[in-house]
Design a protein around this ligand. Structure first.
Ligand SMILES: Cc1cc2nc3c(=O)[nH]c(=O)nc-3n(C[C@H](O)[C@H](O)[C@H](O)COP(=O)(O)O)c2cc1C
Length: 223
């Protein structure tokens, strides 16, 4: 499965069956987490066989069932912390999908279990990603129209349209999709709107855009 196929097939899944994740799948995930941590200067951690985070009232409210495995997205708080967590956390989501797992980003509807993972003095927990074998594969979310999340000078090249399509398939908190993608020449500018977790959402959608558009077709612009 390519990363683009993983984008198409991924939907949030909140109810998991009893099947344990085989050790070789966990090892593959751990290797990927280690690589991303080095690249992104994060401290993301795989937590296995830990049912407490998703058994309290918050998880019940969020309709979570049978979740015992998750990734804690932890790192040092910097200006771009949330966006970096989004970008690299979503890379792990897509890798998990390639490994046959289902997932769900969770910012609120879980309980923080103190001894399950490490958050050092200068670090922060951004969110967790629930993992497991879903009872279903989830379902497609409603997407905003392309025109409402883009700005272009004139015509829209096919690679840009494909990037935006993939960005709109990204998970966002409350499915808010509050980002703007602007094309100026060969440069693409992406910005976040206001709302909860919009900076994390921006990192997630940025990865999806890159995969959809193809990195060779454009350069990221900064403002
Ligand atoms: C940063 C972030 C935080 C989220 N927090 C929660 C949460 O606390 N509880 C929950 O049930 N879903 C949460 N979600 C999942 C979104 O509701 C979901 O991604 C969105 O509705 C789109 O659906 P899809 O992921 O199936 O495409 C979160 C998603 C993101 C990206």
């Amino acid at each position: 499965m390519t990363l683009k196929e993983a984008i198409e097939e991924r939907h949030s899944v909140r109810a998991f069956d009893e099947r344990p994740i085989p050790p070789e799948v966990l090892d593959a995930l751990r290797r990927c987490i280690d690589k991303c941590n080095k690249k992104a200067r994060l401290n993301m951690q795989l937590v296995t066989n830990e049912p407490r985070a998703f058994s309290g009232p918050k998880a019940h409210y969020g309709h979570f069932m049978g979740c015992r495995n998750y990734i804690a997205i932890v790192g040092k708080k910097t200006d771009d912390f949330e966006e970096r967590c989004g970008y690299y956390g979503e890379y792990l989501v897509l890798k998990a999908q390639q490994l046959g797992l289902n997932s769900c980003w969770v910012g609120l509807t879980f309980s923080k279990v103190k001894d399950a993972f490490l958050v050092r003095g200068d670090e922060k927990l951004c969110a967790v990603i629930a993992l497991g074998y879903g009872i279903t594969q989830g379902s497609s979310h409603k997407s905003r129209p392309i025109a409402s999340v883009t700005k272009t000078d004139g015509s829209m090249p096919a690679w840009f349209r494909e990037g935006v399509r993939c960005a709109l398939l990204a998970p966002t908190a409350l499915n808010q999709q509050r980002f703007m993608i602007e094309l100026k020449g060969k440069k693409v500018y992406m910005s976040a709107g206001k709302g909860p977790y919009t900076k994390t959402d921006l990192g997630i959608a940025r990865l999806h855009f890159e995969i959809g558009a193809g990195k060779d077709n454009f350069e990221w612009g900064k403002r």
